[in-house]
Structures are given as structure tokens and as C-alpha cells.
Write a protein that binds this ligand. Structure first.
Ligand code: SR1
Ligand code: MG
Length: 411
């Protein structure tokens, strides 16, 4: 991967049309002739250009990396993130074919990734802002996290293949740097990328930054993110990385993929459900988000432990991938493993909430609230809850404790 790539050209809609037409297998999916196709830009995230190309037979999604952050052209960036998204899909798609998109084409020169289109799906964040969603979406995301992480962990594969993958994804350093800085460092000190408009938040930000417990916990979470390669993570599993209909849920945008602690993916998803909860317009929506967190955690643990049991049952002791002397065999040890993921999840959810309110990349959820004072009050409550996630972890021995504290907070 190199940025000295003189053949690279940023495509516009017309360029996408020509490009797709040059790929017979992709063009055949659209059907008809190139003049009948519609190509529209649907870029939504911070980093890349995204187009939907549709023809009489079907559509594809065309994603291209830019040599800078899409929403800030002065922030230069290498192009290789599309490589890591394509590599992530290659690794996890076999384990979650019903929960993500199929990779159809990757171009390592133009840094273009083409996947099946999800034109009838809605971004989960937008769906949550609009009103009730099928809470089983959270069950599906629990299955996604369990299946994608279990399959890429030492529990399910020989250490040689796990380490080969770790070597590959250890090169995803540009986006790992973004996570380390934007999620796990910048919000805890003065930094020009941080911003918030509501003066009511400033005393809470000061309290977060002055709290030795918070700072110690965030140091630990940052260290664990970089030094605890439990499994291949999606790395950016917020509600904008999930597309949904009422009965179909797909995870997209795996460009931040890296090896790390499983609780990071879980924490980003739960943190974004909590942001949705604090910005909900009524009690019914708040209850829905609480219910979804409960479903997510139940589904994650059930699926992860079921995979673990099946893996162990399918091989005798000597043939297991994880050497017998190190295998975590007993129910007690398995429960400790899951509890550690839970504690990581709480911490990373707190970090995600804080950075989405005072850091570089905010979420749109609060804009659904009717006025600025209400938005400020809800953001302040979310920040205080997130602070507890970082420095009051003794309150959260299990998911019920966590949800009852959350219920108490949002009232
Ligand atoms: C400069 S990128 C900012 C954020 O957008 C992505 O979706 C990630 O969440 C990243 O932290
Ligand atoms: Mg994204």
C-alpha cells in the first residue's frame, strides 16, 4: 500500500458509471445498458465517497477512499482504509453472511470497494431517531459481534492463522491512530479538535478531566485497545455503521478493523444506544433502548458461549486450537472471560458517549430534541452517566445493575 499512486483518480458519479461498466461481472448485476443506470452519491460518513449504482436488475454500492478526510479536506490521509475494509469482509463474511454485505470487487489501485447495495435499508441511527424499531436488531448485532470475534480469536483457529491476521491488520495504523486520538485521548484534555456549543457542558467536561479515576480508567482502556488482541474487531460499530429494515440487519463500514478487546465493539454499539436513549423524545423510546441493550448483551453472551461449547465439543482435547494446558475449560473460567468483556464494554461505551458529545465527531441523535436547552440538559446527563461508566465500575457487576443505573439516570 502506498500513497505514491499516480494512477489513482477520485471518481465522480460519471466516473463511477464508466468504472462499473468496465467490470463485466458487476455490470451484469445491474443489467440493461449503461445509459439506463442511475448513479447517485450517498456519502454519509466522515471519511469516504459512497455511490449507489442501480440498473434494471439490481444495484451495487461503490465506495472509494479519498486522500483526505471527506468532511475535512485539510486533514490528509493515505488511501489504504478501503484495503482494510475489504480485508475485514474477507475474514468475517463467512461467519456472518446474513449480517453484513458481500464483497464483490476490490481495486487496490483506485482503492474502490464494491459491495451489494442495501438501498431498501435505513441507517440504524436515523431509524432510531424516527421512532420505534424492531428491538431484535440488537439481538442480531449481538450475534454479529459474537460470531465475528469468536471466529477470529484464538478460541477458534490455530495461533498461526490468528497471528497472520494480526500482522495484516496491525498495518491499519492510520485509522487506529484516529481511534486512539479521537475516542481515547483528545476528549480528556484541551485539543483543537474538541468542540461543544453548550456552555452548560463545560463544568461537566472539567469534572471529567479533573477526575483521577476517570483518567486512570481511560489510560487502561487505551492500553487494552492497543495491547489486548483478543479478536478481529469491526472497530467503529456505532449505529451509523448498521443498516436495517424491519427484519434484516447488516453491519457495514469495517475500515477501522483491527485486533483488540472484544468489549470495544460491544461498547461502541451500547454507547450509541445510550446516546439514542438520552436523546429520545419519550419514555417509550427510552424503554426500547434499554430493552435493546439487554437483548444485545444476552444475545452476545449466548452466541459466544454456544460457539465456544460447540468448538470444544467438536474436537478432543489434543486437537483443540487453543492448547489444552491453556484452554479455558471450566464454566467459572468462561464466566470470568465474559465478565472481562462486560467490564471492557462498560468502559468503552462511556468513552464513546463522551467523545460523541465533546470530541471531534458528534452524533446527530440530539438534533431530534425540540430545543437547545433540552439538548444541553440531555447531553449533560449523558456525560455524567458516561463518567460513571469510567470511574464507578464497581456499581456495574452485571447487565441488570448497569441497566437499572441507566434507568435511574435518565429518570
Ligand atoms: C476523522 S474520522 C472521525 C470518526 O468517523 C468515523 O466514523 C469514526 O467513528 C471516526 O472516529
Ligand atoms: Mg464509517
Amino acid at each position: 500500500m502506498t500513497t505514491q499512486n499516480t494512477l489513482y483518480r477520485t471518481l465522480d458519479a460519471q466516473g463511477v458509471r464508466t468504472y462499473v461498466a468496465s467490470l463485466p461481472a458487476i455490470a451484469a448485476r445491474l443489467g440493461g445498458s449503461v445509459e439506463n443506470w442511475t448513479v447517485r452519491e450517498v456519502s454519509d460518513g466522515n471519511l469516504n465517497m459512497v455511490f449507489l449504482a442501480e440498473g434494471p436488475l439490481g444495484g451495487v454500492c461503490v465506495k472509494q477512499a479519498l486522500p483526505h478526510v471527506r468532511v475535512d479536506p485539510s486533514w490528509k490521509m493515505p488511501l489504504d482504509r478501503t484495503f482494510f475494509e475489504a480485508a475485514y469482509l474477507r475474514e468475517v463474511f463467512p461467519h456472518v453472511p446474513d449480517l453484513t454485505t458481500e464483497r464483490l470487487h476490490f481495486d487496490p489501485v483506485q482503492f474502490i470497494l464494491i459491495v451489494k447495495s442495501l438501498s431498501s435499508h435505513t441507517v440504524l441511527r436515523n431509524a432510531l431517531m424516527l421512532g420505534p424499531v424492531n428491538p431484535q436488531i440488537a439481538t442480531r448485532i449481538g450475534q454479529f459481534v459474537a460470531r465475528s470475534t469468536f471466529a477470529t480469536s484464538l478460541l477458534a483457529a490455530p495461533f498461526e492463522s490468528v497471528m497472520d491476521r494480526r500482522i495484516c491488520f496491525a498495518r491499519n495504523q492510520t485509522l487506529t491512530r484516529i481511534t486512539v486520538d479521537l475516542v481515547l485521548t483528545d476528549p480528556y484534555h484541551d485539543h483543537p479538535r474538541n468542540h461543544w456549543a453548550e456552555p452548560e457542558l463545560t463544568p461537566v467536561v472539567q469534572a471529567i478531566r479533573a477526575d483521577a479515576g476517570v483518567l486512570a480508567r481511560i489510560d487502561t482502556l487505551r492500553l487494552r485497545f492497543l495491547s489486548c488482541p483478543q479478536a478481529l474487531l469491526h472497530g467503529d460499530l456505532h449505529t451509523g455503521s448498521i443498516m436495517t429494515t424491519n427484519d434484516d440487519t447488516r453491519v457495514i463500514d469495517g475500515e477501522f478493523a483491527t485486533y483488540g478487546p472484544i468489549g470495544f465493539d460491544a461498547g461502541l454499539f451500547v454507547g450509541n444506544l445510550i446516546l439514542s436513549l438520552f436523546s429520545a423524545r419519550d419514555a417509550a423510546a427510552q424503554s426500547q433502548q434499554i430493552h435493546m441493550i439487554k437483548l444485545f448483551w444476552a444475545s452476545f453472551t449466548e452466541q459466544f458461549l454456544a460457539l465456544w461449547a460447540t468448538e470444544n465439543a467438536s474436537k478432543d482435547q489434543a486437537a483443540r486450537y487453543y492448547p489444552a494446558t491453556q484452554t479455558i475449560e471450566s464454566e467459572k473460567e468462561k464466566n470470568i472471560f465474559i465478565e472481562n468483556i462486560f467490564q471492557d464494554m462498560i468502559g468503552y461505551s462511556g468513552a464513546e458517549i463522551i467523545r460523541r458529545i465533546i470530541g471531534y465527531a458528534h452524533v446527530s441523535d440530539f438534533s431530534a430534541l425540540p430545543d437547545t436547552p433540552t439538548q444541553a440538559a440531555r447531553k449533560k446527563a449523558a456525560l455524567l452517566f458516561a463518567k460513571d461508566c469510567l470511574d464507578q465500575t464497581h456499581l456495574f457487576r452485571n447487565c441488570d445493575d448497569f441497566l437499572s443505573h441507566l434507568t435511574h439516570y435518565h429518570g
